[in-house]
Write a protein that binds this ligand. Structure first.
Ligand code: P6P
Length: 340
C-alpha cells in the first residue's frame, strides 16, 4: 500500500499566501494555472513516440534552432492557458520573437511571465529528461500597451517575484521559489497532483560534479580552458570531480541542485553570432539563478551575479556558471582573471 506523503502544491501555495497579508490570490491563481499547463505537457511528453508529436517541424526558431513539434505544442499550451486568466499583462517565450500580448477580450493583470516552454527538446526522442523554465515579474508601471511593456519585461532577474522549473523525466517534478525557500513537488500521475517531496532544498556549498560541453574546448579562451582544466585536476582542485553532462539544462541543473556542483555554459567563439554562449538570460539563466540563490548557491556570468544584469533585449544570451557557491566563485576567479 503506497503511503501518500507530502501536502499538495495547492495546499502549499495557500499556506504561503496566508503568510502574505497583502496577497490577493492572484499569484496563487497564476501558478496554479501554469501547473495545469505543465501537467498537460507532461502527459504529452510521457507518451511522445506513440503519437505523431516527435521530431521537428522543419522550421527554424528565433534561436536559429530546429523547432521540435513538442516545442510548438508546449509553447501553445502555456500561451493558451495563461492568456485568459486575467493575471498577466504580457508574456515572453523562448519560442516567440516578440513579447506576447494578452488578447483584448481577456482582462490584463500585473504579472509578467517569461518562459522556455520546453528546454532540451532535442533530447525528447532519445528519452532524456527535458523541462519548462519560468520566471515571474510584476510590472512596475500602470502601462498595459504591449508597445511599452517590453521595458517592463526587461527587468534584472533580482526583480523576479518567483521562478522555477518542471522536469519531465523519470518522474515529473516542479521546483520553485517565491523568495521563501526552494521547494520541490513530484507529480503523482494516477492522482494528477503535485505532492511536496523536497521541502526547503539547500545546495551543498561546494560539490564534486562539473557539467560542461567539453567539445567546445577549442572555442574557449585561455581563462575558460584553465577553469575547466582545474576541475579535471585533482592536484589543482584538492579533490577529484566527476563530469556529468546530460545536454538538457533543467536535468543538469536539477541534479547539481540536489547533489552539489557547477554547470557551465561559457562564452565561446563557435558561432560568431553567439559570442556569449548559447543560453538565454531571461528564460533560462535568470529563473535558475533565483532558484539557486534561494537554495544557498550562486549564478554568475563569470564576472558578477546573473541576477544583477540589466537586460537589453528579450532573447539576449549570457555565459552561465551556476550551482554550488564556492564552485561558482572559483569560476569567477578564473574568468575574471583574478586566478590563473
Ligand atoms: P550543447 C538544449 O538545447 C539547451 O538549450 C540546454 O537545455 C542545454 O544545457 C544546452 O542547450 C546544451 O547545449 O551545445 O551542449 O548541446
Amino acid at each position: 500500500m503506497v503511503k501518500i506523503v507530502g501536502i499538495t502544491i495547492t495546499q502549499h501555495l495557500l499556506e504561503q499566501q496566508r503568510e502574505k497579508p497583502e496577497a490577493t490570490g492572484g499569484f496563487t491563481h497564476l501558478l496554479n494555472e501554469l501547473i495545469v499547463a505543465a501537467k498537460v505537457i507532461s502527459s504529452e511528453v510521457n507518451k511522445a513516440g506513440l503519437v505523431d508529436i516527435l521530431g521537428s517541424t522543419g522550421d527554424i526558431n528565433i534561436q536559429e534552432e530546429q523547432v521540435q513539434k513538442l516545442d510548438v505544442f508546449a509553447n501553445r499550451i502555456i500561451i493558451e492557458r495563461m492568456q485568459h486568466i486575467g493575471q498577466l499583462c504580457c508574456m515572453g517565450s523562448e519560442e516567440v520573437a516578440d513579447l506576447i500580448d494578452i488578447p483584448s477580450q481577456y482582462p490584463k493583470g500585473s504579472y509578467i511571465l517569461l518562459f522556455d516552454p520546453l528546454d532540451g527538446s532535442s533530447n525528447i526522442d532519445v528519452n532524456v529528461s527535458i523541462g519548462t523554465i519560468f520566471g515571474i515579474y510584476k510590472r512596475e508601471s500602470d502601462e498595459t500597451d504591449i508597445n511599452f511593456l517590453l521595458s517592463e519585461a526587461l527587468q534584472p532577474g533580482i526583480k523576479q517575484v518567483a521562478a522555477g522549473y518542471f522536469v519531465y523525466g523519470s518522474s515529473t517534478i516542479m521546483v520553485y521559489t517565491s523568495g521563501n525557500g526552494v521547494h520541490g513537488f513530484t507529480l503523482y500521475p494516477s492522482v494528477g497532483e503535485f505532492l511536496l517531496s523536497h521541502e526547503n532544498i539547500r545546495i551543498p556549498e561546494s560539490g564534486k560534479i562539473y557539467s560542461v560541453n567539453e567539445s567546445n574546448y577549442e572555442y574557449w579562451d585561455e581563462k575558460t580552458r584553465a577553469l575547466v582544466d582545474h576541475f579535471k585536476s585533482k592536484e589543482k582542485a584538492g579533490h577529484s570531480y566527476t563530469s556529468r553532462y546530460v545536454g538538457s539544462l533543467v536535468a543538469d541543473f536539477h541534479r547539481n541542485l540536489l547533489k552539489g556542483g557547477i554547470f557551465m555554459y561559457p562564452a565561446d567563439l563557435k558561432d560568431p553570432k553567439k559570442p556569449s554562449g548559447k543560453l538565454r538570460l531571461m528564460v533560462e539563466a535568470n529563473p535558475l539563478a533565483m532558484v539557486v540563490q534561494h537554495a544557498g548557491g550562486y549564478a554568475s556570468n563569470g564576472y558578477g551575479p546573473i541576477l544583477e544584469i540589466q537586460p537589453d533585449e528579450l532573447h539576449q544570451r549570457v555565459p552561465l556558471y551556476i550551482g554550488s557557491k564556492k564552485d561558482v566563485e572559483l569560476a569567477e576567479e578564473y574568468i575574471s582573471g583574478k586566478r590563473i
